[in-house]
Design a binder for this molecule. Structure first.
Ligand code: ADP
Ligand code: ASP
Ligand code: MG
Length: 430
C-alpha cells in the first residue's frame, strides 16, 4: 500500500506541533511512502513581506524581517535539538542563501524574484522536520523538490512538465523503509531555476507525487477533520461532508473553498487515487474522502465566501457593444496580471468582473484599460457562491442584503454583497 501524506503550515507551526507530528508518525498512523510539507505557520506571508521590503529605499525593514525569519526558525531548532545544533547551522545557511538570492535578483522581474526567495520557506521547514523525524527514530530521507518537480518558467504559477517529473521521481533511489520527505509549493525549471506552483500549492505537490508514485491513497492532514459544506471558521453551522466526487471537489475548491488547492484534484482523478482529508489534531475523527464516485457532497448545498472583492464595471467609451474582441482584450489583461475573474457578467454595453483586491495586479490592469474603456470600480465587497442551491435558500441568504450582481446556472448561484451588510460569522439557513 503506497500512502502519501501532506502536512500544511499549521501542523508544524512551532516546536510542539513538530513534536506532535513526530508522535503521530511514530505511533499513531501507518507510515507513508512519501510526505510533502509546507512552510512553517505563516512563513510564506513573512517571505512575501520580506520581498516587498526589498523594494523599499530603506533597508531597515528588510533586515528586521530577515532577522525575524532567522530567529523564528532557530528558536524552534533550539527547542527541539538544544543550543548550537547542526540543524541550526543548516537553517542559518539557508537564510544566508535567501539573503543572497534577494541581492542577486532585486532587479529581476517580480515573479522571478518572488520564486527565488519565497520558496525558501519550505526548504527551511523540511530541514527541521526531517531532522526531527530522524532524531526520534522515524527514518526519513530529505529530498529537494527542485530535483523532482520539473516545470516551465511561468513563475508564481508554474506548469508541470509531467513527463520530466515522472522520470525524476521514478529515478529516485531511496530505501523502502525510509519516508521520502520533500517540500510542497516549489519545483524548478529544467535549467534549475526555482519555481512556485501558486499560493497554497503544497496540496498540489502532494498530488503530483502521488500520481508519479502511482500511490494507493493521498492523505492531507489539516486542522479540520475533513471537508465541510462551508468554511467552519466562517459558518457557525457548517457540516462535514463524508464523501464527494473529484468533479464536485474541483468545482468547490475552484469557486473558493480554501481547504484544498484546486489543482490537486486532476492528477488524482487521472489515476483514481482517493484523497482523504483528516485532522492532525484529532487523527481518530472520521475523515472526508474524495474519489471517483459521487457522495452526499455532490447533491447538498455548499457555500464558498470570497472576501475583499472588487467589482469592475467596464464599457467602451464610444458606446460599442461588448463583443468577443472586447472581452478577449479585457480578459487577456487580467491573465497577464495573474488575476482571476471570480464572477463574469455580460450585458450589451457593459462587462462586469469581480476580482480579488490585489493592488499589484489590479493597478496595471486599470492603467492599461484606461484609454479605450470607461471603468467604474467598487471595493469592499463579498462574493458568496452556493453549489446546488434552491430558491428558498437563496431568498433567505439575500434577506436584508443589497445584491450588486447575481448569477445563477443549473448548479451554482453567485451573489455579490456589500461587506458592510455581511456578518463575520454566517448561518446556513436550515
Ligand atoms: P494547510 O495547513 O494545509 O495550509 P489551510 O489552512 O489552507 O491548511 O486549510 C485548512 C482551513 O481551511 C481550515 O482551517 C478551514 O478554516 C478552511 N476551510 C475553508 N473552506 C473549508 C471547507 N469547505 N471545509 C473545511 N475547511 C475549510
Ligand atoms: N507555503 C505555501 C503557502 O503558504 C504553500 C502551501 O502552504 O501550500 O502558500
Ligand atoms: Mg494553507
Amino acid at each position: 500500500m503506497i500512502r502519501i501524506y501532506k502536512f500544511g503550515g499549521a501542523s508544524i507551526q512551532d516546536a510542539d506541533a513538530i513534536r506532535r507530528l513526530g508522535t503521530l508518525l511514530a505511533e499513531g498512523v501507518a507510515r507513508p511512502r512519501a510526505m510533502v510539507v509546507s512552510a512553517m505557520g505563516k512563513t510564506t506571508n513573512a517571505l512575501e513581506a520580506l520581498l516587498q521590503a526589498t523594494r523599499e529605499p530603506d533597508e531597515a525593514s528588510y533586515r528586521r524581517r530577515l532577522a525575524e525569519i532567522r530567529d523564528g526558525h532557530l528558536a524552534v531548532a533550539e527547542a527541539l535539538f538544544g543550543p548550537d545544533s547542526q540543524v541550526a547551522a543548516q537553517l542559518s545557511r539557508l537564510v544566508d542563501e535567501l539573503d543572497a538570492a534577494h541581492a542577486a535578483h532585486r532587479e529581476a522581474p517580480y515573479p522571478f524574484h518572488y520564486d527565488q526567495t519565497v520558496g525558501m520557506g519550505e526548504l527551511l521547514s523540511t530541514t527541521l522536520v526531517a531532522a526531527w523525524l530522524n532524531e526520534i527514530g522515524v527514518a526519513t530521507h530529505w529530498c529537494d523538490a527542485r530535483a523532482l518537480i520539473i516545470t516551465d518558467d511561468r513563475h508564481q504559477a508554474a506548469n508541470i512538465d509531467w513527463a520530466a517529473t515522472r522520470e525524476r521521481i521514478a529515478g529516485l533511489a531511496t530505501r523502502a523503509d525510509e519516508i521520502l520527505l520533500t517540500q510542497g509549493f516549489i519545483g524548478a525549471t529544467a535549467g534549475g531555476a526555482m519555481t512556485t506552483l501558486g499560493r497554497e500549492g503544497s496540496d498540489f505537490s502532494a498530488a503530483i507525487l502521488a500520481e508519479a508514485l502511482d500511490a494507493d491513497e493521498l492523505t492531507i492532514w489539516k486542522d479540520v477533520p475533513g471537508l465541510f459544506n462551508a468554511d467552519p471558521r466562517r459558518f457557525a453551522n457548517a457540516r462535514q461532508i463524508a464523501r464527494l466526487s473529484y468533479g464536485e471537489a474541483l468545482e468547490q475548491t475552484w469557486q473558493g473553498a480554501k481547504v484544498i488547492h484546486p489543482r490537486t484534484l486532476a492528477p488524482l482523478q487521472r489515476r483514481g487515487i482517493p484523497l482523504t482529508v483528516r485532522s492532525f489534531l484529532e487523527p481518530e475523527a472520521p475523515p472526508s474522502t474524495i474519489g471517483p464516485e459521487p457522495g452526499e457532497g455532490d447533491r447538498q448545498p455548499a457555500f464558498m465566501l470570497r472576501d475583499d472583492q472588487v467589482l469592475l464595471d467596464i464599457s467602451i467609451r464610444d458606446g460599442s457593444f461588448v463583443d468577443e474582441a472586447l472581452m478577449a482584450e479585457v480578459l487577456a489583461r487580467l491573465a497577464e496580471a495573474g488575476l482571476h475573474a471570480n464572477l463574469l457578467d455580460v450585458e450589451a454595453l457593459r462587462l462586469r468582473l469581480v476580482v480579488d483586491h490585489r493592488p499589484e495586479g489590479l493597478t496595471p490592469v486599470l492603467e492599461a484599460l484606461e484609454g479605450s474603456f470607461s471603468v467604474a470600480r467598487q471595493d469592499g465587497l463579498v462574493l458568496l457562491t452556493v453549489r446546488h442551491p434552491d430558491d428558498v435558500l437563496l431568498v433567505s441568504l439575500d434577506a436584508g442584503r443589497t445584491r450588486l450582481v447575481e448569477r445563477c446556472n443549473a448548479t451554482t448561484a453567485q451573489r455579490l454583497y456589500l461587506a458592510a451588510e455581511c456578518p463575520d460569522t454566517w448561518q446556513i439557513p436550515e
